[in-house]
Ligand binder design. Sequence first.
Ligand SMILES: *Cc1c(COP(=O)(O)O)cnc(C)c1O
Length: 370
Amino acid sequence: MKRYKIPFIKPDFPAAEDIAKDYKEILAANWFTNFGPFEERFSKKIANYIGEEYYACTLSNATAALLASILAVLGKGDGTKYVLMPSFTFVAGAAALTWCGYKPLFIDIENKGLHMDIDQAEKAINEGGDNIAAILFCNAFGVGATDIEAWESLAASKNVPLIIDSAAGFGSLYSSNRKVGGAGKCEIFSFHATKPFAIGEGGAVVSRDSELIEKIISIQNFGFNGGGNAAYLGFNGKLEEVNAAIGLRQFERFSNILEGRRRVWRAYQQGLPPKFKLQKNAANASLCFAAVLAPDEDQRDTSLKNLIENGVEAKTYYNPSIHKQSYYKNFDRYSELTVTNDIDSRILSLPIHDNMSDDDLKLIIDTLND
Ligand SMILES: *Cc1c(COP(=O)(O)O)cnc(C)c1O
């Protein structure tokens, strides 16, 4: 594997001494998983972070959180109904829907925020009627969609549940007074080592609906609702105590983490040539990386090549979009996905680290200005 001078992701974890203290506590309590004291505190912190009126539960990763949320909101499907989702996202949502017995129906995106196109989604619902079971909205790269209220209105007016995959977006804002995490039926987060809020493997679901969260807790614990009775189709998706301990430590560091990441984004915003466009509302995001649109595919490919030659690990997420990946290439799509294909050809993902040196930033910005 090539070693880059500037890796794409540079996980930033709490100090070993701090986790050692927590681990001693875990050993003393002799409680390693199954909703122990660290997990209890961590899930409460997550809920409080989003807002007073919210409930939250943790899971072993965001894919488990997607599976449990879909099962809790919709129940297991019989393989005939569709759920609207973008193709321009990470594959986990499409996999989770398929495992749960729903067919992803790929909807195109808009070219500013890179989120699902609401007009196309509305048409798909009007034409699909009862065959549309839900909307799986995705906050692309964890950046909050500025039109999230319109999505909530659409879901309410059509009586279709809105589930939101905000995996990379813990710490992001929809707008100055609304955090990502508080919209729709529920929102899903990932705390994977590559996300801005990193604990290793981990995930969470946040909702206003305490009963829904209770149901998701049952589903991730084999479906048990007390007394060893499986009331739901469940699986094992629980978070371990040691990961919850890392999460509590990350909360102490999180405002610095966010500030460090936004500083890098602002440097890109100021330093990149104007022909490169940054994703709308990314200034308010937690920024797993910076999504940048080149004017055309040639420019993107040249820039990518120059970055890599200079030791910068840049990427092209989410290219290939899901509908181009071999398992999903025959899945249904509502349209030609023209914008998705265009964005795939022009997207460039630039590294953002919590503490990126001025020299590293300069190397990236100078390379793109050449
Ligand atoms: C990272 C990511 C996931 C998967 O998260 P895991 O915790 O690794 O399961 C799902 N959806 C999106 C949009 C992601 O970015």
